[in-house]
Write a protein that binds this ligand. Structure first.
Ligand code: 13P
Length: 292
């Protein structure tokens, strides 16, 4: 069932688990993620960056791939089709293509501009009943050409963005896109706690908070963050690493030379299976099993 993501995030926050938000890079990803979530009866956010949409063709190709794969596989669990790290133009294009959930990433902009753009976007995405995620405090690392150092925003700035019209908020709490360096000091859970409490005190709501850079964080830290208000965990690199490792093993063991394994439908299968297994594992850790 394709949905807009409001209810799945609210329920996750209230019941202390997180909805997995898996990035979709191509057809194999879309299929593996949907099969895993149906098997686990987990709600899921299928998210696409501007870069991935460009790779696939455009936002419409990406949307239709996910929607049509969902229909073809007879998926019954709630599925949101989400724009990941959109700029202002990406937001327009993703809405036009039928995305049901939107992230506007204004974290690299001056705060006033981030707030002003979120307000403008909230007006039109809410008219269409789409869920809106904003970001405050940059997330370290590199994703699709967007490079950020990782900066923890003040509570005052965080509140201003939370009040600008977002339904969920991605917070920079020491998390990084891509692989974590060996000297990484861990999630700043105290800051996360302070953000959740402040939003609850000032706005009277339990806003779903979002953890980007979900690959490679120790499971106990992810679970602690979920208890403090994280309701969506983004995972991309872990899928890429699983896909790459499985295909590398396949080739290095010369299995690609057997029979007709040069056929991409066979050659890519170990990678697809590995992504599916990764999703099953993350769903178990995030607690979204049987929450559909
Ligand atoms: P990772 O690639 O580190 O898992 O981060 C994914 C992400 O945050 C997408 O927005």
């Amino acid at each position: 069932m394709i949905t807009n993501g409001f209810d799945m995030l609210k329920k996750a926050r209230a019941e202390h688990y997180a909805v997995p938000a898996f990035n979709v890079n191509n057809l194999e990803w879309a299929k593996a993620i949907l099969l895993a979530c149906e098997e686990m009866q987990s709600p899921v956010i299928m998210q696409v960056t501007g870069g991935a949409a460009k790779y696939m063709g455009n936002f419409k190709v990406a949307h239709d791939l996910i929607k049509d794969m969902h229909d073809a596989l007879g998926i019954t669990v709630p599925v949101a089709i989400h724009l990941d790290h959109g700029n202002y133009q990406d937001v327009q294009d993703a809405v036009a293509a039928g995305f049901t959930s939107i992230m506007f990433d204004g974290s690299a902009l001056p705060l006033d501009e981030n707030v002003q753009k979120v307000k403008a976007i909230a007006n039109f995405v809410h008219d269409d009943h789409l869920q809106l995620e904003g970001e405050i405090g940059t997330i370290g690392g590199e994703e699709d050409g967007v490079i950020a150092d990782g900066e923890v925003a003040s509570l005052g700035d965080t509140l201003r963005l939370a009040q600008a019209g977002v339904d969920s908020l991605a917070v920079g709490i020491g998390n990084i896109h891509g692989k974590y360096p060996s000297n990484w000091t861990g999630l700043k859970l105290d800051h996360l706690k302070a953000i959740a409490e402040m939003i609850s005190d000032e706005m009277g709501i339990e806003m779903p908070l979002v953890l980007h850079g979900g690959s490679g964080i120790p499971d106990d830290q992810i679970q602690a963050a979920i208890q403090l208000g994280i309701a969506k965990v983004n995972v991309n690199t872990e899928g890429q690493l699983a896909f790459h490792q499985a295909i590398r093993d396949f080739v290095l063991s010369n299995k690609d030379l057997e029979g007709k394994n040069y056929d991409p439908r066979k050659f890519l299968q170990p990678g697809t299976d590995a992504i599916q297994a990764m999703c099953v594992d993350r769903i178990t850790v995030f607690g979204s099993l049987n929450r559909a």
